[in-house]
Design a protein around this ligand. Structure first.
Ligand code: NAP
Length: 436
C-alpha cells in the first residue's frame, strides 16, 4: 500500500505528542492500519523554533500548502479562525480531518459535519471531549441503537482539582486556584475553565451527539465555580454531599415548556455515594444513562499532551483503516433539530439554600410560609447557631434548607421573597442537588 499522507496543523502540547508517536511507532501503526502513515508537513506559527523529535524539514508556516495532497489533516492549533477555514478547505479537498478543537466544534459543528458529509470524508474528534476518555465513539457508535436519556460529566480537570482540594484540604478558592496554576493544571488565564465555558463547549458537543439535536454553546446554561466558597464546601460535606462542576445533558419529556433537551453546566451537590463524587484531582468522568444499557461510567485523564494524543491517534488510525479498506466518509450522522433546547427556567431539580438568619422565635415559620406559598416543597431544614461577632450583635444562625424537586423559575421566586424577610440577614448560597 502507498503511504497515507498526514498533515499536522499545530505542534504544541498535543501536536508534539501525536507527531512523535506517529514517527516513533511507525511499524506498529502500519501493521494496524495496513499502510504506512507518512507525516507530510507540520504547520506551526514559528518554524524556526527548536522542536525535539520533529524533523525540521517537515516544519512550515504555510498552512494551505500543508493541506494540499494530504489524506488526513490533523488540526491541533485550537481557536476559531484560521482553524475553521483550514478544516473546511481540507474537507472540501477530499481529506479526512481529525481535530481536538472543542471550542470550534461547540460553535460550528453542523457546518463542519455537513462539509464532511458533502465531501464523503470523515471528521473525527474523540479528543475534543474529556481527553483520553473514549466517550464520543461510545455515544455515536456503541449506543447508536439505544436511547440515551442523560449524560452527566465532570469534563474539566482544572475545576475538579480546585473543588477537590477545597474539600480535602479546607482551602479557599483563591488558594486552590493559585496552586492549580503552580502545578500546571490551570492556565495563566483560567477564565475558560473556572467560568465553566470549557465544560459548556463539551456539553454542547455531547448533547448534540447524544440527542441528535443541534445544541450550540450558546444554548448551554453556564455557571462557573468562582462563587464557591470554603463555607459552601463545608456545609455540603456536613450534609453528605460533595460539590462538583457538572456538565448535564438530558432529554426531558415533562417540562413546563414541553419536551426538549437540556444542556447546562454549574457547580452542583452530588451525594457522596454517587459514582462521580469519588472522581478526584484533575481526573474526568462521564456518566451515561441509556434506556437499554442502564448506567455506564467512563473515567480517566481528561487533558494533557499524551492522554489527549491517545484519543487523536485513535481517530487517525481508524480514519486511515477506513481509507485503506475503501470505506466512504461520514455514516450520515448529521445533527438535526429533533427536539427544542429548553431554557434553564424550565428545568426541575432539587436545591440546597443556605441563609444567614436572625435567631429568634418565628423565623422558621416565616420562611416556611414563603416556601409553601410559592409551592417550593421543603425536604429538610437544619439550623445551626453562629458564633456572635460581638456581645451586642443579635444572635444569628445558619439555616440550610433542602427542597424537593421544583423548577428553577419557582425556586428563584421563592428565594427572592425569602431574602426580603426581615428575619433573613443574608442569602449565603443556592446550589442544585443532582445525581438522584
Ligand atoms: P498549543 O500547545 O497552544 O499548540 C498550538 C499549536 O498550533 C502550536 O504549535 C502553534 O504554533 C500552532 N498554531 C497556532 N496558531 C497557528 C496558526 N495560525 N498557524 C499555524 N500554526 C498555528 O495547544 P494544545 O494545548 O496542543 O491544544 C491543541 C488543541 O487541542 C486545542 O484545540 C485544544 O483545545 C485541544 N485540547 C488540548 C488539550 C490539552 O491538554 N492541551 C486537551 C484536550 C483538547 P507554535 O508552536 O509555532 O506556537
Amino acid at each position: 500500500m502507498k503511504p497515507l499522507k498526514v498533515a499536522m496543523l499545530g505542534c504544541g502540547v498535543v501536536g508534539t505528542e501525536v507527531a512523535t508517536r506517529i514517527l516513533g511507532n511507525a511499524a506498529d501503526l502500519e501493521a494496524r492500519i495496513g499502510a504506512p502513515l507518512e507525516i507530510s508537513a507540520v504547520a506551526v506559527r514559528d518554524a524556526g523554533k527548536d522542536r525535539p523529535g520533529i524533523p525540521s524539514e517537515l516544519l512550515t508556516t504555510d498552512t494551505a500548502a500543508a493541506i494540499e495532497g494530504a489524506d488526513i489533516v490533523v488540526e491541533l492549533m485550537g481557536g476559531h479562525e484560521p482553524a475553521r477555514e483550514l478544516i473546511l478547505t481540507a474537507l472540501r479537498s477530499g481529506a479526512s480531518v481529525v481535530t481536538a478543537n472543542k471550542a470550534l466544534l461547540a460553535s460550528d459543528y453542523s457546518e463542519l459535519l455537513a462539509a464532511a458529509e458533502d465531501a464523503e470524508v470523515r471528521l473525527e474528534h474523540e479528543a475534543a471531549v474529556a481527553g483520553a476518555i473514549p466517550i464520543i465513539r461510545p455515544v455515536v457508535n456503541s449506543l447508536a441503537g439505544d436511547r440515551i436519556t442523560r449524560v452527566l460529566g465532570i469534563v474539566n480537570g482544572t475545576t475538579n482539582y480546585i473543588l477537590d482540594q477545597m474539600e480535602k484540604e479546607g482551602w479557599d478558592f483563591d488558594h486552590a486556584l493559585a496552586t492549580a496554576q503552580e502545578l500546571g493544571y490551570a492556565e495563566a488565564d483560567p477564565t475558560a475553565d473556572i467560568g465553566g465555558h470549557d465544560a459548556a463547549a463539551k456539553a454542547a458537543i455531547l448533547a448534540s451527539l447524544a440527542f441528535h439535536t443541534r445544541v450550540s454553546i450558546d444554548d448551554v446554561h453556564v455557571e462557573g465555580i468562582t462563587g464557591v466558597t470554603a463555607d459552601m464546601v463545608e456545609t455540603a460535606s456536613a450534609q453528605g454531599f460533595t460539590i462538583k462542576l457538572l456538565a448535564i445533558c438530558e432529554t426531558i419529556e415533562d417540562s413546563p415548556a414541553g419536551p426538549g433537551v437540556s444542556a447546562r453546566v454549574y457547580p452542583a451537590l452530588l451525594p457522596k455515594d454517587h459514582a462521580l463524587a469519588s472522581v478526584g484531582g484533575a481526573f474526568n468522568a462521564v456518566f451515561v444513562e441509556a434506556e437499554a444499557a442502564g448506567s455506564l461510567m467512563f473515567y480517566g485523564q481528561g487533558a494533557g499532551g499524551a492522554p489527549t494524543a491517545s484519543a487523536v491517534l485513535g481517530d487517525i488510525v481508524s480514519t486511515a483503516r477506513r481509507k485503506v479498506l475503501g470505506g466512504t466518509g461520514q455514516a450520515r450522522r448529521s445533527i438535526g433539530n429533533r427536539l427544542p433546547v429548553l431554557p434553564i427556567s424550565a428545568i426541575r431539580t432539587r436545591y440546597q439554600i443556605t441563609f444567614d438568619v436572625f435567631d429568634r422565635p418565628g423565623v422558621l415559620a416565616q420562611i416556611s410560609q414563603v416556601f409553601a406559598e410559592e409551592g417550593t416543597s421543603i425536604e429538610l431544614m437544619q439550623q445551626t447557631q453562629l458564633e456572635p461577632t460581638d456581645d451586642d450583635a443579635p444572635q444569628r444562625a445558619k439555616l440550610v434548607i433542602a427542597t424537593h424537586s421544583g423548577t428553577d423559575a419557582a425556586l428563584a421566586k421563592t428565594v427572592e421573597r425569602a431574602v426580603a424577610l426581615d428575619a433573613v440577614n443574608e442569602l449565603k448560597s443556592v446550589l442544585r442537588i443532582e445525581g438522584h
